[in-house]
Ligand binder design. Structure first.
Ligand SMILES: CCCCCCCCCCCCCCCC(=O)SCCNC(=O)CCNC(=O)[C@H](O)C(C)(C)COP(=O)(O)OP(=O)(O)OC[C@H]1O[C@@H](n2cnc3c(N)ncnc32)[C@H](O)[C@@H]1OP(=O)(O)O
Length: 225
């Protein structure tokens, strides 16, 4: 049964990357990083077809070996085992935008300083949209995740109801990107959060998100099927 109780785990206390909760997650972080590097190599190289086919076969074999282990589909199934970490710890590892053990995530790191939220992220060539720049959908995803987490600065947690992004200038690839944000206002279950994304000190995108604490509880959401 899902556990709704709050975790004491707090990865937002400082800019330091929070260490993995176990050697198992440490190994997963390493594999996720290797896969990110593989993605970067794949989209920036022109190997022979023979080498590409050889790489596919080797990776398929590795995938079969990994798939032959216990499987947990989604972070909730992992949490239900009560052996792989709390919900917060699992989110930190597996989240689509910030998860260090998720190879699709660009690894957004976020922390709080008082009522302000700060973040850092870097997007490699696999995130390219316009030539040399980050795809706008990834910019929006990074801001969505950052705004969602920044709610915590105001003691709130809700799902994105509406997300506005104003793209002021292209966001460069392979560049340390900074984020800063804060809760603008809270009205019952609705929280408005604003944030900016910066590259080399210049704001590239500004956003505002309306987050809504769902009327149903987490238990109802996860158990309704
Ligand atoms: C320590 C470690 C912790 C780690 C853990 C941290 C977890 C904490 C951070 C989470 C970080 C997530 C960061 C990623 C965020 C996503 O990516 S979330 C995924 C994208 N969003 C979704 O999928 C949401 C889909 N929508 C829904 O599920 C439901 O529509 C909602 C948003 C939950 C609202 O449903 P509801 O609770 O039934 O709301 P309802 O009663 O209909 O409406 C309430 C009010 O909101 C208004 N409203 C409803 N929907 C909208 C809307 N879309 N736009 C504007 N207004 C709306 C209504 O008009 C109503 O207003 P009033 O009449 O009260 O003035």
């Amino acid at each position: 049964m899902p556990d709704d109780s709050p975790s004491t785990f707090n990865p937002f206390a400082s800019a330091e990357i929070t260490p993995p909760v176990s050697s198992h997650w440490a190994a997963k972080r390493e594999l996720a990083q290797a896969l990110r590097e593989l993605s970067n190599t794949l989209v920036t190289s022109a190997p022979s077809e023979e080498l590409l086919k050889q790489a596919s076969a080797t990776i398929s074999e590795l995938n079969k070996a990994l798939a032959n282990s216990p499987r947990y589909y989604g972070s909730q199934e992992f949490a239900n085992t009560q052996e792989h970490g709390s919900r917060g710890e699992l989110n930190y590892e597996l989240n689509a935008i910030g998860g260090l053990s998720n190879p699709l995530s660009p690894g957004l790191n976020m922390w709080l300083e008082g009522k302000l939220a700060f973040g850092k992220v870097k997007c490699g060539y696999a995130y390219e949209g316009p030539p040399g720049f980050v795809h706008g959908g990834y910019v929006a995803a990074i801001l969505d995740q950052f705004l969602g987490m920044a709610q915590i600065a105001g003691g709130q947690s809700g799902m994105t109801g509406t997300l506005h992004v104003r793209y002021l200038r292209p966001t460069p690839l392979n560049t340390d990107l900074d984020l800063r944000g804060s809760v603008d206002r809270v009205d019952g279950r609705k929280t408005v959060v604003t944030a900016e994304l910066l590259a080399n000190g210049e704001v590239t995108a500004r956003s505002e998100g309306l987050f809504i604490r769902p009327s149903n509880t987490l238990k109802e959401m996860f158990e309704k099927d």
